[in-house]
Write a protein that binds this ligand. Structure first.
Ligand code: S3P
Length: 448
């Protein structure tokens, strides 16, 4: 089957209700917490994508039984010390920075050397950001060029609690340290720049010994050694990062309306909503509910008439970190110049995303000024490509979000697009193209 998608036509207007798959951050965390629980945990709507399957394969290698049956996954935890550490164990995190970094926190007491490898993209990403704090607990690391995968970790039974300042706003680093603290006698204190807080919320829901104090710009987290984790039955809400592509597609289409059901709207994840609302897009939450410490709702969005440029406040960055590529498409159609700054972390993702933003926007004929951590986008409210304007997007390290953003750009602005590496969607959103197809076969549904 071809791994290339060709788009030659803008999408027509649609009025639809859709569902996107389970949240990736929550799915990976559910796998890890359940693998340490005392007993059997069940998840429904677990994201069945390559990143989550990499986590499942790894806990199986660590001796934990997992059964997947249609939309249900069962993990048979053997307690907090239930992992089996075989000699020369190799764990493959594939494309997943989240899984690769989080699992290291749980391996800090491994009596055997464990090898962590990843795919080409993950092997170019920084792992010192976790090996450095985890070394302070007493674990030993050997990384390629002191920074990269493949790496080796050797744990210790003599872990020491640490005090750590996490200054990047990385939930992956914060969570990795929280996991290591769960294995460590004494109290670990983390002063963490704001970032998504799913790990803390799950710890609280599971009644683990965690204390979080929220300050304006950072959180102070104190966590003690965990003796037992109860089983965790979880119905995973849908992923706002996957919803983002459809929110933007609707905002940029004419006379369209979309409802996305049952999405996780944790306040630390809804940066895209705040940013797009400031730009004049009409988005509302319906059926708001609290679920196991998380918030969820249906998201309603309608086509935007007049999009305003934004000078994006950096305090919104961490809550929208995975959504910026697609947010930039909205800025491309805004009246005026939008400015996004302090975004160096975007170049630390599955591909250097600021560079890819520039490539996609320039292909659209939109002027940009990009530095190593910022982008200015000179919007054009009449942006519309000639039907025979050819654009080829390839060699983007199979970054799923570059693929999906390019496809949304093609459907929103026209032109003749050839987008490579379709299989990249399997990382986070395997049925992305199916939902697009369904929207194309639009039919009017009564909503609300
Ligand atoms: C994630 C944290 C973010 C995000 C990633 C998922 C998580 O990364 O980009 O897709 O689940 O903790 P950083 O923590 O490195 O910013």
């Amino acid at each position: 089957m071809s791994n290339i998608v060709k788009i030659n036509k803008k999408i027509e207007n649609f009025i639809k209700i859709i569902e996107v798959p389970g949240d990736k951050s929550l799915s990976i965390r559910w796998v890890l917490f359940s693998s340490l629980a005392s007993g059997t945990s069940t998840a429904r709507n677990l994201l069945m994508s390559e990143d989550v399957l990499a986590a499942i394969k790894a806990v199986k290698k660590l001796g934990i039984k997992v059964i997947i049956n249609k939309n249900e996954c069962k993990i048979f935890g053997k307690g907090i010390d239930g992992y089996k550490y075989k000699k020369n164990l190799k764990i493959n995190a594939q494309n997943s920075g989240t899984f690769g970094r989080l699992i290291l926190g749980l391996l800090v007491n491994s009596p055997e050397v464990i090898h962590l490898i990843g795919d080409k993209s993950l092997s170019q990403r920084d792992f010192r950001r976790v090996s450095e704090p985890l070394s302070k607990f007493g674990a030993k690391f050997k990384l390629k060029n002191n920074n990269f995968l493949p790496l080796k970790i050797l744990g210790t039974s003599n872990l020491k609690p640490i005090k750590y300042i996490e200054s990047r706003g990385s939930a992956q680093c914060k969570s990795s340290i929280i996991f290591a603290s769960m294995r460590t006698e004494g109290t670990t204190t983390i002063k963490a720049k704001k970032s998504r807080n799913h790990t803390e919320l799950l710890c609280k829901y599971l009644k683990l010994p965690i204390h979080v104090k929220n300050y304006k710009n950072f959180d102070e987290i104190k966590i003690k050694k965990v003796k037992k984790i109860n089983t965790l039955n979880y119905n995973i809400p849908s992923d706002i990062s996957s919803s983002a592509f459809f929110i933007v597609l609707t905002a940029l289409s004419e006379k369209s309306e979309l409802i996305i059901k049952n999405v996780n709207i944790n306040p630390s994840r809804i940066g895209i909503i705040t940013i797009l609302k400031k730009m004049g897009v009409k988005i509302t939450f319906k059926n708001k509910k609290t679920y196991k410490g998380e918030r969820k709702a249906d998201i309603k969005v309608i086509s935007a008439k007049n999009i305003k440029a934004i000078n994006c406040p950096p305090k919104l960055n961490s809550g929208a970190i995975d959504e910026f590529l697609v947010i930039f498409l909205v800025a491309a159609k805004a009246k005026g110049v939008s400015y996004f700054r302090n975004l160096g972390e975007l170049n630390q993702k599955e591909s250097p995303r600021l560079k890819w933003a520039e490539t996609i926007l320039r292909n659209l004929g939109v002027r940009t000024i990009t530095t190593s951590d910022s982008i200015k986008i000179f919007g054009n409210p009449n942006l519309n490509l000639d039907f025979d304007k050819k654009i080829i997007i390839k060699n983007f390290l199979k970054d799923h979000r570059v693929f999906m953003t390019s496809l949304i750009a093609a459907l929103s602005f026209g032109g003749k697009w050839v987008i490579h590496d379709k299989e990249s969607i399997n990382t986070s959103f395997p049925n992305f193209l199916k939902i697009i197809e369904n929207l194309k076969k639009w039919q009017k549904e009564k909503i609300y």
